[in-house]
Design a protein. Structure first.
Lengths: 636, 256
């Protein structure tokens, strides 16, 4: 497979502008002749659907939830970055670009990241115009806070519900287009296959989750905004429904999967409390602005936190990284937490560290802290029964975001022509580690300001044959989907879908989680196919395929995770270096920091499906750095 | 702790449903939905079909979950969605009745799952600011006093779960609709379409067969996001003003 990134050349400041001029346009009267399918209705899918419809395209948008407003983007808490420099603290587009490339540990494309930083300013304007109630100063101007991996305040926020407010903005824009008849919305509908005809994506096969009907939808281009694959770990901060099915089935139809081992562990989540645990809850990174992270100096110190005097506490992030302190990037903070817990200094169950607001309450007063974080504090108390104004929070890292995803070129097109991937579903902008408040930025950049331009170039340049539902590629894909449903229902085994998912999650968390090594990854690669085999022999799915059947929905998703998990471990095993969220124990500096190998691994690993039972084929897209020169990341 | 659950089981919209008793073993650290997960795994192992319920983020923000626990929407803890309700608020031997939202506009899909698409259609009727991508001025071009943006945010916190409708004896959607009308109507960006928005959204509420608001206040009591009744007052004010000043040129005006 040949990977053409299609990145423009020339001075980085003008690349996107030049590229936009080079893109062919579809004239306004012709746009209404094109049909575009968008799968997913989160920040990326929702904003793309709305914007494409505003431009005049006919859009069909699909989501598995009961309403497009439920997409998991809604759960993002802390904020969205933009290089507005409203705080006059030295921020600029170049600095956001620089921070993102460095934060990503030099595994992202410079051209993409620069474009993202440029567009960030338009996103804020767009969201304000839609009525997103961002936090403001008394004088009426927008306010900002700082986030991990940056020394400027460039994060815009709406209390601790920024993702919700941005998504509601995109959702309202989408509903407006639904009301105008330009978007046809299909809620409670799950995409189960991509239809590829003459090498081009021409539609999707879906299952109506209420009545089980399998049907096809055809179009001139297909866009996947279906989010990340964090739930391969079973316990993650992702919503329960978040899954990799759309991107995995696209992979099986020829779209390359890039860097699946780049997964992000978020340092501030509520620790696990028992086996029945169904998911983990994130406590926004913004808390690290005012909370101080510590563990006892002594191993096994079981005293309540209030009784441990300051000199017997180890504020390990402030100690190890004096210049960034508690605001080091997520991968660094997570590994540091693991290190102190591995030393036996963890608190609570032993897998936890304190996030303490006592100093913040002294400095800002309880009211001041409440204004910034009230909803997060309430959520913490609801879940744990402890009051964080009085007792420090206990936190531990958890899977939160996945930087890997479908390989896309500068136009966000996958290796299948006409098939696009946007938002977390693609691999493009965050390299090996994403900075806080950049996921919302990327989702909306792709949906509002990148895809709507680039998709026109494909449509204007491509001659598409007329097809209908009787085309053999369509009927084959439908038959495949129906066959899988039938197969699930015929197994009639003994174990629940969730029990397989939990077991898979434990394997990948132990062997391909915060720290990885060759022996462990090989164990996982041997174990996952065995588990998969047992799944297909012994899973129990009751009911029928012609009704709302949540076990059946989950079975399809877990079946895909059981294949995806293996590829993730294969990718982690092949990458003999540590970078960002991918930490191989064999490759670290003497003081325990990640050690990259730029000579051998400065590339995006794009895996190509070679057929069932065959080893995937590795394709490499080399990365070059003309502006931000790769260096050992230092936050000291 | 051992609990007895009486759960509404209904195979599909067209079939009759009934309450079925189950017994389940829970512990106090579980969330309510995790307790239902445990019940469902037990059921599957026994060869019985699991209980269907909507849920997704389990962080109280997506608005997917929600059902009645002993007649209270989202259960006994105030300002809390059912996914954030923890079992420490219950005790051994409790008997709980779980039912789906009951409202004509929210038909049951299966068990505890209902169809809330009427809410989406209310938003599509006018719950937006028409600002197409690309047309926005600088974010700081219009200063917005902090108290306005805070009040808009209070209303915008609505998660569209439907508890307000389920709790209302009239099955009215006034709190939901009022929250959106308030969120957008308080902000300067929302002024151009403010009156038209009130007319169109209220007309859609009627079309969907939600009941009328009679200021009972159950909606505010069960709202997991603490949306205040004042949003209904704002909606009524905008709607009344729109009716007085409307010259009949609003496309969806149905003569009310």
């Amino acid at each position: 497979m040949e990977l053409k990134s299609k990145c423009p050349t020339g001075p980085i400041e003008t690349r996107w502008e030049k590229h936009r001029f080079d893109l062919k346009l579809v004239n306004p009267a012709n746009k209404r002749k094109y049909n575009v399918i968008v799968v997913g209705s989160g920040l990326a899918g929702g904003s793309a659907s709305a914007t494409l419809a505003e431009l005049g395209y006919n859009v069909k948008c699909f989501c598995f939830q009961d309403s497009p407003r439920r997409a998991h983007s809604i759960a993002a808490q802390g904020g969205i970055n933009a290089a507005k420099n409203y705080q006059n603290d030295g921020d600029s587009i170049y600095r956001l670009f620089y921070d993102t490339v460095k934060g990503g540990d030099f595994r992202a494309r410079e051209s993409n990241v620069y474009r993202l930083a440029q567009i960030s300013v338009n996103i804020i304007d767009q969201c304000v115009a839609q009525g997103v109630p961002f936090a403001r100063e008394y004088g009426g101007a927008l306010t900002n806070r700082s986030f991990g991996g940056a020394q400027v305040s460039r994060t815009f926020y709406a209390r601790g519900q920024t993702g919700q407010q941005l998504l509601i903005g995109a959702y309202q824009a989408l509903e407006r287009q639904i009301g105008l008849g330009k978007v046809k919305m299909y809620p409670r509908t799950e995409m189960l296959d991509v239809i590829v005809i003459d090498g081009k994506a021409r539609g999707i096969v879906v299952r109506n989750l209420v009545n089980g009907k399998v049907e096809s939808h055809l179009a001139d281009a297909v866009v996947l905004g279906t989010g990340g694959y964090g739930n391969v770990f079973y316990l993650s901060t992702n919503a329960k429904g978040s899954n990799c099915t759309a991107i995995w089935r696209a992979y099986k139809r020829g779209a390359a999967m890039a860097n699946p081992c780049f997964t992000q562990i978020h340092p501030t989540c509520i620790p696990v409390s028992g086996d029945y645990q169904s998911k983990l809850t994130l406590m926004s990174e913004s808390l690290r602005n005012d909370g101080r992270i510590w563990v006892p100096r002594k191993k096994g110190d079981k005293r309540p936190p209030g009784q441990i005097p300051d000199e017997e506490r180890d504020y390990y992030l402030e100690r190890r990284y004096p210049s960034f302190g508690n605001l080091v990037p997520r991968d660094v903070a997570s590994r540091a937490a693991k290190a102190v817990c591995d030393e036996g200094r963890g608190v609570g169950t032993g897998l936890g560290v304190y996030l303490d607001f006592a100093d913040a309450v002294k400095r800002l007063g309880k009211q001041g802290v409440k204004e910034r974080y009230s909803n997060l504090f309430e959520m913490y108390e609801r879940i744990t029964g402890e009051n964080p104004y009085e007792v420090p929070m206990r936190i531990y890292p958890a899977i939160h975001y996945t930087m890997g995803g479908l390989w896309v070129d500068y136009n966000l097109m996958t290796s299948v022509p006409g098939l696009y991937a946007i938002g977390e579903a693609n691999f493009s902008d965050h390299g090996a580690n994403r900075l806080g408040a950049s996921a919302l930025m990327q989702g909306l950049a792709d949906g509002y300001f990148v895809l709507p331009y680039t998709i026109g170039d494909y449509l204007a340049n491509t001659k598409l044959e007329k097809i209908d539902e009787t085309h053999p590629a369509v009927t084959d894909a439908e038959a495949n989907v129906a066959r899988q449903t039938k197969r699930f229902l015929e197994i009639k085994g003994k174990r629940t879908v969730a029990s397989f998912h939990r077991e898979l999650g434990k394997i990948v968390w132990d062997e391909c989680g915060m720290a990885r090594n060759e022996a462990g990854l090989k164990r996982a690669i041997a174990r996952i196919p065995e588990l998969r085999e047992e799944f297909w022999k012994n899973v129990s799915i009751l009911g029928s395929g012609e009704e709302l059947n949540q076990s059946l929905e989950n079975a399809g998703r877990v079946a895909d995770f059981l294949e995806f998990g293996e590829l993730m471990c294969v990718d982690a095993l092949h990458r003999n270096e540590s970078c960002g969220g991918h930490f191989r124990e064999e490759y670290q500096t003497p003081d325990g920091e990640a050690m990259r190998n730029d000579d051998a691994y400065s590339y995006a690993a794009a895996w190509e499906f070679a057929g069932p039972g065959k080893a995937p084929i590795l394709n490499k897209e080399p990365l070059s750095f003309e502006y931000v020169h790769p260096s050992q990341r230092s936050y000291k | 702790m051992k609990l007895t659950l009486h759960i509404w089981r209904q195979k599909s919209a067209g079939e009759p449903g009934k309450m079925i008793p189950y017994s389940v073993e829970a512990n106090e650290h579980m969330s309510f939905l995790e307790m239902l997960d445990v019940l469902n795994e037990d059921l599957v192992e026994k060869g019985e079909e699991p209980v269907a319920f909507d849920h997704d983020c389990r962080e109280g923000i997506c608005g997917s979950c929600g059902f009645m626990i002993n007649g209270i929407a989202h259960g006994p803890q105030p300002s809390t969605t059912v996914c954030q309700l923890h079992m420490r608020h219950f005790k051994n031997g409790d008997v709980l009745y779980l039912e789906p939202w009951r409202a004509r506009a929210f038909p049951v899909v299966r068990d505890l799952v209902v169809d809330r698409s009427a809410f989406d259609r209310i938003i599509a009727a006018g719950g937006f600011i028409s600002a197409s991508a690309g047309s926005a001025p600088d974010g700081n071009a219009i200063p917005i006093p902090k108290k306005y943006s805070d009040r808009a945010m209070d209303a915008a916190a609505c998660i569209g779960c439907g508890a307000c409708v389920a709790a209302c004896p009239n099955a009215a959607a006034a709190l939901f609709t009022g929250a959106k009308i308030s969120h957008l109507g308080i902000l300067p960006q929302g002024q151009p379409e403010r009156l038209e928005r009130a007319l169109n959204m209220v007309a859609q509420v009627k079309t969907e067969m939600f009941g009328s608001c009679t200021n009972i206040g159950e909606c505010e009591a069960v709202c997991p996001k603490d949306i205040k009744l004042e949003v209904i007052a704002r909606m009524n004010r905008d709607y009344l003003r729109a009716c007085w000043t409307n010259r009949g040129d609003v496309s969806r005006d149905d003569g009310i």
